[in-house]
Design a protein around this ligand. Structure first.
Ligand code: 5GP
Length: 217
């Protein structure tokens, strides 16, 4: 599973027309398409859970969920791992912790990345840590977070990322477990917040919200 880039979505993938699915009416005007249907996300997550079990089964792990965007993926991934445990002879005792990352600047710089909940990170010392993040764009956020986590000397760190963007300016950072590799488009849904997006945005260089990757339920 080392070089698994996930399901690769090509640049010319148009997504599915919105009117073939249901989506919240108040968002419709700003959404372009359903990019990755929820069911596909769930099926892929199930496979990531199996890969994680294969690598980490019979270890104790601390799951570190990166809020806010990561909460839905983390919940679904942990559920999948639990189901797998019930249906196999392996166990994967899990403790779940949460951190929230905030960059106080309006621009994309993560130099000033602030970690809320970092006071709990000392529990990671000597532990097997699985960081769960929704999306890796340039990879700067993950790099910064990894530096912080490594400072607490965990035994092992693995990272699960649902989405990884193909960006030319990226750090080339790849999570150990990748759900999908996607083009450089802005996606919302599945806990990747739409309102947050608008709040944090620079009006000058704001891109249009172009994609929507979950059918709201
Ligand atoms: P990076 O440091 O990898 O450039 O940025 C990662 C962070 O930017 C993510 O944790 C997420 O908060 C935000 N982000 C990047 N791309 C997207 C996107 O397409 N949609 C949303 N909702 N957030 C994004």
């Amino acid at each position: 599973t080392d070089m698994d880039k996930g399901i690769v979505i090509p640049d010319d993938w148009p997504g599915y027309p919105l009117d073939l699915f249901t989506s919240p009416e108040h968002y419709c005007e700003d959404l372009e398409c359903v990019y990755i249907p929820h069911g596909v996300i769930m099926d892929r997550t199930e496979r990531l859970a199996r890969n994680i079990m294969d690598d980490l089964g019979d270890h104790d792990i601390v799951v570190l969920c990166v809020l806010k965007g990561g909460y839905q993926f983390c919940a679904d991934l942990v559920d999948c791992i639990k189901v797998l445990c019930r249906h196999s002879n392996k166990t994967l005792p899990m403790r779940v912790d949460f951190i929230r990352l905030k960059s106080y600047l309006n621009d994309q710089s993560t130099e000033d990345l602030h970690i809320e909940g970092a006071e709990n990170l000392s529990v990671l010392s000597g532990k097997n840590v699985l960081i769960v993040e929704a999306i890796v764009d340039t990879g700067k956020t993950m790099k910064t977070l990894l530096d912080h986590v490594e400072a607490f000397s965990p035994k092992m760190i693995k990272v699960a990322g649902l989405l990884v963007k193909r960006v030319p300016s990226g750090t080339g950072y790849l999570p150990d477990y990748v759900g999908f590799e996607i083009p450089n488009r802005f996606v919302v849904g599945y806990a990747l917040d739409y309102n947050e997006y608008f709040r944090d945005l620079n009006t000058k260089d704001s891109p249009r919200v172009s994609t929507y990757f979950k059918v709201w339920t």
